[in-house]
Design a protein around this ligand. Structure first.
Ligand code: NAD
Length: 482
């Protein structure tokens, strides 16, 4: 297991300088902290930005083969350590071990995919109106980028930000969630072993309000890529608006899955279960609303309730269908929303309580509410837990209105055999990721990812063929013969 120094600044592991200690807990058994960590303070976070600033020119000048060598090597090292990394992830975040293994493998895939950018990311040559002038574009790194991440995909999300920022020649300050510091440290250790030069990757662990604030507002920061809640993302974006630096924010969701009468109802019910209860509902793309046509509402509801009741729940290390919520805060929010939904008049169809025999961790039964009205809080607000709201509609147009009738717009899905309606859905729905006959969760790294409305600043997409755009300036050159 890893040592007690969690701050990595200018190529050195350091002890956090704050007096406040961070107690890291296993959400399946939180009473005794797994470890206690010294957190960074503002001055230490500032020194991380300064180290990145000093290292940024050297890394920007590195050749494509120098950059991709580090990323390919990091990918190999992640793969070689899948078991150990997956256990670390499950201990801190709580998700089932097989989900952690899949996430770690994905992180390796991400580093490999983005490593290939080093030699292939290109500009354009464009025909010029002046015969003696050659016109083209090329890209340069932003400089120093702050990467701020949440806890729910604590190795995959940092990996796609780190890999894209590094391969395009930026130095970074990585500020992970305090819920999952050890998996973040392990990732940085592997990048160090892969040969990343001192100062190019810096890691600071501490509260968002001090350490996060310092790394995002420091004058030497040239860009910010943030994933997390809408409240925090908007706060960071507003604070940075005056400086005009690029800020990418990927935030919350309230994702709908629509079922029409001609759908494969079994497949739809399976997709609802995977989307609503996989990862304990703690995916930004989780299915939190099932919007079902009244003609099949009873059948689909019964199928969903039966499947929800059959899910196994337990500590992630036992690899159940569903693990605990990540923290006491999320646990409280889950039970708050059960109470709110009941008070609003929604009908509890299953779940809503602590599962038998699992009193010591942050566990909740897979929870399904029927008789939900589109205006209720349970139909509008992100719970970020395994709580599903079922809304009945009378036709396709009403389904789209209800599906889009929330502040968020991250992912959405429709189950139907009707080609014309599914195409209309892809056009009419307000969501950045649209699936037809697929789960609201899950994405492929070669495709762009991001939301609309309160789910995203829409400052370029993450992942996909053009994820490098956010991390680079594009220069346009007119070169005229003397
Ligand atoms: P959060 O907003 O509480 O925290 C995210 C990160 O921001 C953490 O590292 C935190 O320490 C930091 N932070 C907090 N305050 C800050 C400040 N003032 N300045 C700078 N940094 C600050 O979110 P969370 O609870 O960790 O994650 C859950 C949320 O993330 C959910 O809303 C979920 O939908 C969202 N999420 C979105 C996506 C996406 O791609 N759209 C993916 C995963 C999670």
């Amino acid at each position: 297991m890893t040592g007690t120094q969690y701050q990595y600044i200018d190529g050195e592991w350091q002890t956090g300088q704050s007096d406040e200690q961070l107690a890291v807990r296993n959400p399946a058994d939180p009473e005794e902290p797994i470890r206690t960590i010294s957190q960074a303070d503002r001055a230490q976070a500032a020194s991380a930005v300064e180290a990145a600033d000093a290292a940024s020119k050297g890394w920007a000048a590195a050749t494509p083969d120098e950059r991709d060598a580090v990323l390919y090597d990091a990918a190999d090292r992640i793969e070689d350590n899948v078991d150990d990394l997956a256990e670390t992830l499950t201990h801190e975040e709580g998700k089932p071990l097989s989900s952690s293994r899949a996430e770690v493998s994905r992180a390796a895939e991400i580093f490999r995919f983005f490593a290939s950018y080093a030699r292939t990311a290109t500009g354009d040559t464009v025909p010029s109106n002046d015969p003696g002038t050659f016109t083209y574009t090329f890209r340069e790194p932003l400089g120093v980028v702050a990467l701020v991440t949440p806890w729910n995909f604590p190795i995959a999300t940092p990996s796609w930000k780190l890999a894209t920022a590094l391969v395009t020649g930026n130095a970074v300050v990585f500020k992970p969630s305090s819920e999952t510091p050890t998996i973040a440290k392990r990732l940085v250790e592997l990048l160090e072993a892969a040969g990343i030069p001192d100062g190019v990757v810096n890691l600071v662990i501490g509260p968002g309000s001090t350490v996060g604030d310092e790394v995002t507002t420091h004058e030497r920061i040239d860009g910010i890529s943030f994933t997390g809640s809408t409240g925090t993302g908007r706060h960071i974006a507003a604070a940075m608006a005056e400086r005009g630096i690029p800020v990418q924010t990927e935030m919350g969701g309230k994702n709908p899955l629509v079922v029409l009468p001609d759908a494969d109802l079994d497949a739809a019910a399976d997709a609802v279960i995977a989307g609503a209860f996989g990862l304990t509902g703690q995916a930004c793309t989780a299915t939190s609303r099932l919007i079902v046509h009244e003609d099949v509402a009873e059948d689909v509801t019964d199928a969903v309730v039966d499947r929800a009741e059959a899910l196994s729940i337990g500590p992630g290390m036992d690899d159940p269908d569903m693990g605990p919520a990540v923290s006491a805060g999320e646990d409280e929010t889950n039970f708050d929303y059960v109470r709110i939904a009941k008070d609003e008049g929604a009908k509890l169809l299953t779940g809503g309580g602590r599962p038998d025999g699992l009193d010591s961790g942050y566990f909740i039964e897979p929870t399904v509410f029927g008789d939900v009205d589109p205006g209720m809080r349970i139909a509008q607000e992100e719970v970020f837990g395994p709580v599903l709201a079922i809304l009945e509609v009378s036709d396709f147009d009403e389904a789209v209105d209800v599906a889009s009738g929330v502040d968020f717009g991250l992912s959405a899905s429709i189950y139907t055999a009707d080609m014309a309606l599914s195409r209309r859905f892809t056009e009419d729905i307000e969501a950045g990721v649209v699936k037809v006959n697929g789960t609201t969760t899950g994405s492929q790294i070669q495709l762009p990812f991001g939301g609309m409305k309160a789910s995203s600043s829409e400052q370029k997409k993450e992942m996909g063929q053009r994820a490098y755009e956010f991390y680079t300036h594009e220069k346009v050159v007119y070169r005229t013969d003397p």
